[in-house]
Each structure stands twice: as C-alpha cells, then as structure tokens.
Design a protein around this ligand. Structure first.
Ligand code: NDP
Length: 446
C-alpha cells in the first residue's frame, strides 16, 4: 500500500505518463516502501525530492535509419532516458528488443537510479535502447544499426556525462560497434564512455559474468542470513542469455544443481544438471535455441509449452525479462518448497508474485539489489580505464563478491531499522532512496 502522504504523488506520475504501465509499476513499488521514511525525514517532502525523482532529468528520442543487406531501408526508434545524476554521471545499459518503448526505458532508468546508489559507487541512473530486433540479422546489419544509432547518441555521451553498457540484445559485439563509431566521430579513444567492452580492447575482466555471478553471490548472502548454503540446492533459472548463463555457471561452482533454464521459445529440463559448457556453446557462441541443447544432451527434455517455474526447486532465479514470473508461478514455486528467489533480471516478478514471496517469508532479493553486480563491475571497469590499468580476474571477482555482500548487508540492516526484518524490498528501496535524496538536497534545486 502507498502511504496516504504519497498517493497524490503516484496519481500525478500516472497522469503525466499515460500508457506506461511498467513505469507506474516500478514507481509504485518504491513508493510503497517510503511511508516510514517520510515520517522520519519530513524535510524530503518539503524539497519535493520524490516528485523530482519520478521525473527524468532528460529524455532523448531519435530516429535510427539503416539499410539491410538487400538494400531495403528500415527506420527504428531509439531512446536514452537520463534519469538522475545526483550521485555521478548517468549510467545504465542499452536494450535492443522489438518491445522497447519509452515506458520500458523509463521503468529501467528509474530502477537503475536506485540500483546504482546501492552499489556505493559514484553513478547516476539512465537507460536506453531501441525497438530494433537483432534476431536473424547479419553481422553487417547489426554493425550498420549500431553505427547509425551512435551517430546521434554520441553527442549526449561522455565519460563524465553519460556512460551506457549492454542489456537485452546488446553484448560485447554491439558495444564494440558502438564504441568504434563513437571513436570515429569524436576522434577520441575515450574508454570510459561505454562499459561492457571486449577485454582485448580496454574492457574489464569479469564484466561479462558480473550480473549473473553477482546475483548468485546475493543469494549466497540471503541463505547465509538464514543459516543455509547453496550446497546441494536444486535451482531453476529463467533466460539463457548473458545474466542467466553466468548465474548457472556460478551456482554450479558453488555446489548447487541447476535443473532447468529457458529462452523466449521454451525451456529445457535437465535432471542431471545443466551442462554449462554446452549451454554456453549453444546460446552464447552459436546464438542458437534451447531445443538445440536438448538435441545434444540425451537426458534433457525440451518443452515449448508451460512454464519453467513448474520445475520443482529450492532456489529460483528469474533472469530473462520483466513480469515473467506471475502470481500463478509464485504459487507453484511456493507449493514446491522454494526457499529463495532473486531477480537477476529487472522487475521479472509481478507485484502479486513479489507480495506472495514476502508474505510467505521466503528470501526474496529484488533486482535493484540482487542484479547490481553488473553495474558495480562497470564502475570497476571505469576505474581501470581512468587509471590505464587492468586487474586480474581473481582480484576483480573478489571485489564483486565484497560489493554484493555489502549491498546485502545494507538492505538487511535498513529493513531491520525500518521495522521490516528480512524484507529486502523494503531495505533496498529505503537505503537507495535515502542515498539519492540526500545528494539531491545537498546539490540544491537543480
Ligand atoms: P540477453 O539478451 O543476453 O538474454 C536475455 C534472455 O532472456 C534470452 O535468453 C532471451 O531469450 C530471454 N528473453 C528475452 N525476452 C524474453 C521474453 N519476452 N520472454 C521470454 N524470454 C525472454 O540479456 P541479459 O541476460 O543481458 O538481460 C536479462 C535481464 O537481466 C534483463 O531484464 C536485463 O535488464 C537484466 N540485467 C542485465 C544486466 C547485464 O549486465 N546484462 C545488468 C542488470 C540487469 P532468447 O535467447 O530466445 O533471445
């Protein structure tokens, strides 16, 4: 429930941003936690901090014309929503997916502002992307699209201004083409302008793995707080992209058994435990489908109907996309004895499902805390770029693990302080809100 002092703020967000249900959902989830904060900090209401936080500082929408291999011209629409720069330069990924619209990018930018604050790094919040579908496009088409997009976007970027990274549909390959075009237009090798770069050309080790690994580290902390470990736990992960595959990898490394994962066309159940090398080959290198995985693994079963959440598990990690885990899925997971859920994706759990997990008292890690390892490692990449240094895998991963433990601790302690012990949603929302809002007050009315 939204505190009565904030119902007017939320009504205004809905009125000013019509037809953007995901943005409304993300704002509502944060506002629902903030009642007790306003009671303790009445000056924040006076400074209209919440109203300012709900309005992006800048929204950029532009046309991206490009030509396919047969010479046909296509027009896409791209966005960059620079949400909040109170704590540092705008920072957040770019998403290429046909479903992308302004509301999607706003919800992601809003979430990103709080997530980045939780990392403790000097990062503002932003998000961007385009309604471009990379599926089935050739290398040259992807390159031409990235070059056309950057031809407009470059003027809004800079290592002290706005620093994009990857997200759905944007990995190291796309970041490479985007960086190449930025360099060409500006005549500057400005490494810190993008993160998620290839390790051969000023990228950082562990950035690729960081979001998935970090999510698993967060689960490890949540379980430890309850006297449990990952050893022997049966896990289900949704998605089979960057976040999901690296979550599977780290779960297996820490002694868990992953029995299922999914992609946009179906899911695979592998009772013997997902073969991580085969999964990487099929999904990351060949850019294939999970049915190809099942064909090469005699005991695995591929299903194109039903939900991956029907597979019984102790730990569930939604790592695909927003609102993919519904109230019905939550009921199934709880019935099957699931004890922990952590959001590797952004807002993958519907409000109803999130409420059910919290009411059931299982460990539930919201995305802005659980998947913050990606952006935190981006900040480590920026540090290495600024100092012309490059750190080892082991050192960087140890930093990531430390950061995830600190984020867990912050959420845990804040939830206790505000009378909601064990509720990481409340802890993450309040801790990050206080961090951003104090900076906003200190910087004056800007
Ligand atoms: P990828 O594009 O690498 O992978 C996305 C995966 O999710 C793919 O397996 C894709 O299926 C599947 N998927 C996408 N859309 C849908 C859909 N509508 N229904 C079912 N499955 C779908 O993206 P990432 O792994 O980078 O991102 C996944 C999530 O993690 C997103 O919510 C993103 O915002 C979040 N995130 C990512 C970070 C990062 O560092 N990359 C950082 C923090 C959060 P298919 O293989 O068939 O395309």
């Amino acid at each position: 429930m939204i505190d009565e002092k904030l119902t007017g703020v939320f009504a205004e967000v809905v009125r000013r941003n019509p037809g953007e249900p995901e943005f409304h959902q993300a704002v509502r989830e944060v506002l629902e936690s903030l009642g007790p904060v306003l009671a303790k900090n009445p000056d924040l209401a006076e400074y209209k901090v919440i109203e300012r936080l709900c309005e992006p500082e800048r929204q950029i929408i532009f046309r991206v014309p490009w030509q396919d291999d047969s010479g046909e011209i296509h027009i896409n629409r791209a966005f960059r929503v620079e949400f909040n720069s109170a704590l540092g330069p705008y920072k957040g990924g770019l998403r290429f997916h046909p479903s992308v619209n302004l509301g999607t990018i706003k919800f992601l930018g809003f979430e990103q502002t709080f997530k980045n604050a939780l990392t403790g790094m000097p990062l503002g919040g932003a998000k961007g992307g385009a309604d471009f579908d990379p599926k089935g496009r050739s290398e040259n088409e992807i390159m031409r699209f990235c070059q056309s997009l950057m031809t407009e976007l470059y003027r809004h970027l800079g290592e002290y201004t706005d620093v994009p990274a990857g997200d759905i549909g944007v990995g190291t390959r796309e970041i490479g083409y985007l960086f190449g075009q930025y360099k060409r237009i500006t005549n500057r090798y400005e490494s810190g302008v993008l993160t998620g770069k290839g390790v051969e050309w000023s990228g950082a080790l562990v950035r690729t793995e960081a979001t998935g690994y970090g999510t698993v580290y967060f689960v490890r902390e949540m379980l430890a707080a309850r006297g449990e470990t990952l050893d022997g736990k049966v896990c289900v992960v949704s998605g089979a992209g960057n976040v999901a595959v690296h979550a599977v990898e780290k779960l297996v490394e820490l002694g868990a058994k992953v029995v299922a994962c999914s992609d946009s066309t179906g899911f695979v159940v592998d009772e013997k435990g997902i073969d991580i090398e085969l999964l990487k080959t099929v999904k990351l290198h060949e850019r294939g489908r999970l049915c190809d995985y099942a064909e090469r693994r005699p005991d695995a079963v591929y299903r194109d109907r039903g939900s991956v959440w029907e597979v019984p598990c102790d730990v569930a990690l939604p790592c695909a996309t927003q609102n993919e885990l519904t109230g019905r899925d939550a009921a199934t997971l709880l019935r099957n004895g699931c004890i922990a859920v952590a959001e590797g994706a952004n807002m993958p759990t519907t409000p109803e499902a999130a409420r059910m997990f919290q009411e059931a008292g299982i460990a539930f890690g919201p995305g802005k805390a659980a998947n913050a390892g990606g952006v935190a490692t981006s900040a480590l990449e920026m540090q290495q770029n600024a100092s012309r240094d490059s750190w080892s895998f082991e050192y960087t991963e140890a930093r990531l693990a430390e950061i995830m433990a600190r984020i867990h601790e912050t959420c845990f302690m804040t939830a206790e302080e505000y009378g909601a012990p064990g509720n990481y949603v409340v802890g993450a929302n309040i801790a990050s809100f206080l961090k951003v809002s104090r900076a906003m007050v200190a910087l004056g009315l800007v």
